[in-house]
Design a protein around this ligand. Structure first.
Ligand code: CA
Length: 229
């Protein structure tokens, strides 16, 4: 059986208010995360290096140094861990400050635990290599679970066959795939069509994915197709 804790990720909760810190830690552990905690900015800097978290939940108002300063220090030391700020302050200026210095988002107090878990999960899916069933190529992303495909902010609507084709290309991003390979992988083996169907679907995909944007789906003359930024 797989260890769900390893699957869900390691979190560092930084919060000086003991009741909130303990509630967050308990709930996130219950949800399957491995959780370490810190009560001050100084402790947070130490723990961010020693615990190797996949994400830091960081209170902005801390007794010694504020959350923004913690992130500034981490970033200047080359620690790139994703950060979600916890704050009662929800002024627009604070948001801009936090995001500019390398945060991944805000959760405003009072928060619901469901919201915290949903936001943590969303950031981890995006940032944690190996855990995310999110394939990306440049600004194109494909969510394997939800079947949502985006080019930048634009959602790309695909038929099931187009989705399977794009999925196969993106799984093999940077590799040349022959038309025969694509036909075998994307269409069932008893499909008695020829590679012409691959050419047709590549052109459908291009119209939806590459319309008016830098091209991602490339023809490699005489060999096949490749997706790459
Ligand atoms: Ca606080």
């Amino acid at each position: 059986m797989r260890d769900s804790r390893v699957e869900r990720g390691r979190l560092l909760v930084v919060e000086d208010e003991p009741a909130i810190r303990e509630l967050l830690c308990a709930s996130l552990r219950f949800a399957g995360f491995t959780v370490a905690s810190a009560a001050t900015g100084t402790e947070a800097l130490t723990a961010a290096r020693s615990e190797l978290p996949d994400l830091v939940l960081l209170d902005v108002m801390l007794p010694d140094r504020d959350g923004f300063e913690v992130v500034r220090r981490l970033r200047s030391d080359g620690v790139r861990v994703p950060v979600l700020y916890l704050t009662a302050r929800d002024g627009a200026d604070d948001r801009i400050t936090g995001l500019t210095i390398g945060g991944d988002g805000y959760i405003t107090k009072p928060f619901s635990l469901e919201e915290v878990i949903a936001r943590v999960t969303a950031v981890l899916r995006r940032t944690r290599p190996g855990s995310a069933e999110l394939l990306t190529c440049g600004d194109l992303s494909l969510d394997v679970d939800s079947h949502v495909v985006r080019r930048g902010p634009r959602v790309v609507e695909l038929s099931p066959t187009e989705f399977r084709l794009l999925h196969y290309l993106m799984r093999n991003s940077g590799r040349v795939l022959s038309k025969t390979q694509i036909l075998d992988q994307v269409w069932s083996h008893d499909f008695d069509g020829d590679v012409g169907v691959v050419e047709s679907y590549i052109s459908y995909l291009r119209r939806k994915v590459d319309s008016g944007e830098p091209r991602l789906i490339h023809t490699v003359r005489g060999l096949g197709y490749m997706i790459r930024p």
